[in-house]
Write a protein that binds this ligand. Structure first.
Ligand SMILES: *Cc1c(COP(=O)(O)O)cnc(C)c1O
Length: 462
């Protein structure tokens, strides 16, 4: 499989280079040259298969010439440490609603599903090439902890994670600041998540810095993140729908990576139906679905910090398909967005967006009420992100269509919101019960590109 840029002006690369590069050199995002479609026989054969088996079949078309024995071993190792035998258990909560628990990994959020595998993929590829990388990433909380957890102690990578100072939950912060390995660094930036994201993009556009530091990215602009997330749409849609009926999904959405993986699963032939974009008060995607205009506004702090974004970077990947895969058209729209802070989708693009996606905006009160109600009705405690998903699911449910809400984080990761909703906190799982006692290590830096580049130059071994 070859990878092309959504802006059409970067070199075409193979899987390994797409993995290592993250962002394409023209500022676009790498996507596969075409969507692989699995045959109905292969899809049928995966129904009820273990997570690792489905993962191997789903990833196979994307990884080019990679050795399948090595890939299988990496998949097995990536998910061996999860706290549930099913990796991603599916829980029924009423007649038509299910919750897919994606939070049984080491940092208690769905990002572990991709990141644990990516840490191993990087090691594998860099070892073969005898190279090192400096990984930089921006996080609103969960990506950073998942990346640090996946790369801690890895010999061939230094990891620098930028997060908005004082704007992540204490559990998220401690998961980033307590690992003691010298190759991982948490940087608290005096700004918001979009500032962090802009700094990372600026580092990638500083070609001298990018090349001399051998920058790599593992935030959701990295194709491999999306790729690994396709797997749980495959397992869950087959478990509920077989090959007979399509399953709708409600996805708590920020950067649009998770839900885009659902779109890819559908393109590959899995029985995925409508994808509901569930947003909090930062509702740029909901407004885009409603009005056809993608308009940047300020960021509001909400109960769901992992969705507090202004711009959804992965939306560009969908836009590429909505624009008939014409990179030049996407580049033009992204330019327009950069200069005017808004871009308009054509009528045709809007029609294609509405064919398979819908959206709902869930406010603070509804989020709290959903956590409270779910607790009272079935004794399940949702984290606030998952609650946004479930509230959107209830609003958008179509009669006779089973609906799966993705539970993207464990409730112990966001104790303040949970306490506000139900009066008590959920304890951390036993394997990380001493998180609050471990010493922390972080660096606070201004929202300034030069200051951050200097720090990385000084600390990295690359
Ligand atoms: C990252 C994250 C999201 C948003 O996922 P995207 O892929 O950025 O849309 C939602 N919930 C939680 C808990 C997250 O960590």
């Amino acid at each position: 499989m070859k990878y092309i840029s959504t802006r059409g002006a970067a070199p075409i690369v193979g899987f390994e280079d797409a993995l290592l590069a993250g962002l394409a050199r023209d500022g676009g995002l790498y996507v596969p040259e075409e969507w692989p479609v699995l045959s109905p026989d292969v899809i049928r054969s995966l129904q009820g298969a273990p997570y690792e088996t489905v993962a191997l079949e789903v990833l196979r078309p994307f990884v080019g010439g990679m050795d399948m024995v090595a890939l299988k071993s990496m998949i097995d190792r990536a998910y061996a440490g999860f706290g549930h035998r099913a990796v991603v258990p599916l829980v029924q909560i009423d007649e038509r609603n299910w919750v897919l628990e994606l939070f049984h990994g080491p940092t208690l959020a769905f990002k572990d599903l991709a990141m644990q595998l990516i840490g191993l993929l990087f090691d594998h590829v860099l070892e073969a090439r005898n190279e090192r990388v400096t990984i930089v990433g921006a996080t609103s909380g969960d990506t950073g902890s998942a990346a640090i957890e996946a790369f801690r102690g890895k010999a061939r990578a230094d990891v620098f994670i930028l997060y908005p100072h004082n704007r992540v939950s204490e559990v998220q912060r401690r998961q980033m600041t307590t690992p003691t390995e010298a190759n991982v660094h948490a940087i608290a930036v005096e700004g918001d998540f979009d500032d962090c994201q802009a700094l990372v993009k600026a580092m990638f556009n500083d070609f001298e810095f990018r090349d001399s530091m051998k920058l790599g990215a593992v935030n959701s602009i990295n194709w491999t993140r999306v790729m690994a997330q396709i797997v749980y749409y495959a397992t869950s849609s087959l478990a509920l729908g077989g090959t007979e009926r399509r399953i709708d999904y409600s996805v708590p959405t920020g950067n649009f990576g998770d839900i885009f993986a659902g779109y890819v699963a559908r393109r590959m032939g899995f029985p995925v139906g409508e994808l509901v974009i569930a947003t909090n008060e930062n509702d740029i995607l909901h407004r885009t679905v409603e009005t056809g205009r993608y308009e940047i506004e300020g960021v509001t702090q909400t109960l769901t910090p992992s969705m507090d974004i202004q711009v959804s970077s992965n939306f560009e990947r969908l836009l590429f398909d909505l624009a008939d895969r014409e990179g030049q058209a996407v580049a033009q729209m992204m330019d327009e967005l950069k200069t005017t802070r808004t871009m308009a989708l054509s009528q045709g693009q809007q029609d294609r967006l509405h064919d398979g996606f819908s959206s709902a905006r869930v406010d603070r009160a509804t989020t709290l009420e959903t956590i409270n109600q779910t607790r009272r009705q079935i004794g399940m405690t949702l984290d606030p992100h998952s609650a946004v998903g479930l509230a959107a699911a209830r609003r958008k449910a179509r009669p006779e269509h089973p609906m799966v809400t993705l539970a993207t984080a464990h409730p112990a990761k966001f104790p303040d919101a949970v306490r506000e909703a139900i009066g008590v906190e959920t304890p951390l799982p036993e394997r990380m019960a001493d998180l609050y006692e471990r010493p922390e290590r972080m660096t606070i830096l201004p929202n300034d590109l030069a200051a951050i580049e200097n720090f990385i130059r000084k600390e990295a071994n690359a």
